[in-house]
Design a protein around this ligand. Structure first.
Ligand code: MEV
Length: 303
């Protein structure tokens, strides 16, 4: 007997960094980029089977501390057979702001839920996922978990929490991996230092928040041309904070030269991914083709 669950990735469309100071962040599910967790009986278990580590659950690297927590919380109870193997098959690159840890937490919970017949409620699943995320990242907003668990655009604001926004944009998002891990801690500190010491940079951060609000309107009006312009304006501000890199700049330039409606970094910056917008499948294909020689991976998502 085995149980598996496939979860998808996510990308922040806009609002990164500004969200730390109260603005909205918009996060979109990337259903073309997935990770599967499978639970099956294993007499040598509990064991973990991943690309990077294969072996005893208790000796798994720190990276899997959230998964270890989930296993303890859900499985290590009197009367439950813990002799299982947990296998991950992931296509989501790690530490790129694509929600790989949230996707692995969600897939693990749902696969264990089904294997052991735990009957967890949706709020229990979200709460467990967030606790696993907090172990890996420190206190997180929960945006990653909400988005990897949704098929809709998710808006997050520190004050009002999460809103799921139904409907499509009728456009395509091209995602290009720099191949470099983003550094959330460092990037957030860089932005904070500049905001605290310069009224101009504080104003720019407010501008990012305004762009995020306008992006939500553009989404609701299915105005991809407008959203592309907003992407470019946001990128200019993110560059001014020094959290873009030469690789990010290159990918943004290549996407724009190939005709993208707009392009920007997504997530913390200092690595991670670039996202570019296209209003036809053909344009998305051309942008992806142009990016491929310069990126570590390129994916296309219909929005
Ligand atoms: C990182 O993915 C998004 C940031 O806005 C940090 C945060 O919201 O905690 C840069």
């Amino acid at each position: 007997m085995s149980s598996d669950f496939t979860a998808h990735a996510k990308a922040i469309l806009i609002g990164e960094h500004a969200v730390v100071y109260g603005a909205d962040a918009l996060s979109v599910p990337l259903t073309s980029l997935t990770l599967t967790a499978r639970v099956e009986a294993d007499p040598a278990g509990p064991t973990l089977n991943t690309e990077g580590y294969c072996g005893d659950f208790d000796e798994a690297p720190q990276l899997f501390s959230g998964i270890r927590f989930l296993f303890t919380e859900l499985v290590e109870k009197p009367g439950r057979d813990t002799r299982v193997r947990l296998t991950f098959d992931s296509h989501i690159p790690m530490a790129r702001g694509l929600g790989s840890s949230a996707a692995s937490a969600l897939a693990t919970i749902r696969a264990l839920n089904s294997y052991y017949g735990l009957n967890l409620s949706e709020p229990e699943i979200i709460s467990l996922g967030n606790r696993a995320e907090d172990i890996v990242h420190g206190k997180a907003s929960g945006l990653d978990l909400q988005t990897v668990n949704s098929d809709q655009l998710v808006s997050f604001n520190k004050e009002s929490g999460f809103t799921h926004i139904p409907g499509n944009l009728d456009a395509w998002l091209v995602i290009a991996d720099t191949g470099v891990e983003g550094s959330t801690k460092e990037a957030v500190a860089m932005v904070r230092d500049q905001r605290d010491s310069s009224p101009l940079m504080r104003h720019r951060l407010d501008e990012l928040g305004t762009l995020s609000r306008r992006a939500k309107q553009a989404w609701n009006q299915k105005d991809s041309l407008q959203l592309g312009t907003i992407f470019d304006a946001a990128q200019e501000i993110l560059v001014s904070f020094g959290i873009s890199t030469s690789t990010i700049d290159k990918l943004v330039d290549v996407a724009r030269d190939a005709g993208a409606l707009g392009a920007k970094l997504s997530g913390s910056g200092l690595g991670g991914v670039v996202i570019a917008l296209a209003n036809t499948r053909e344009l998305a294909h051309n942008v992806a083709q142009a990016l491929r020689p310069h990126a570590h991976g390129v994916w296309v998502e219909q929005l």
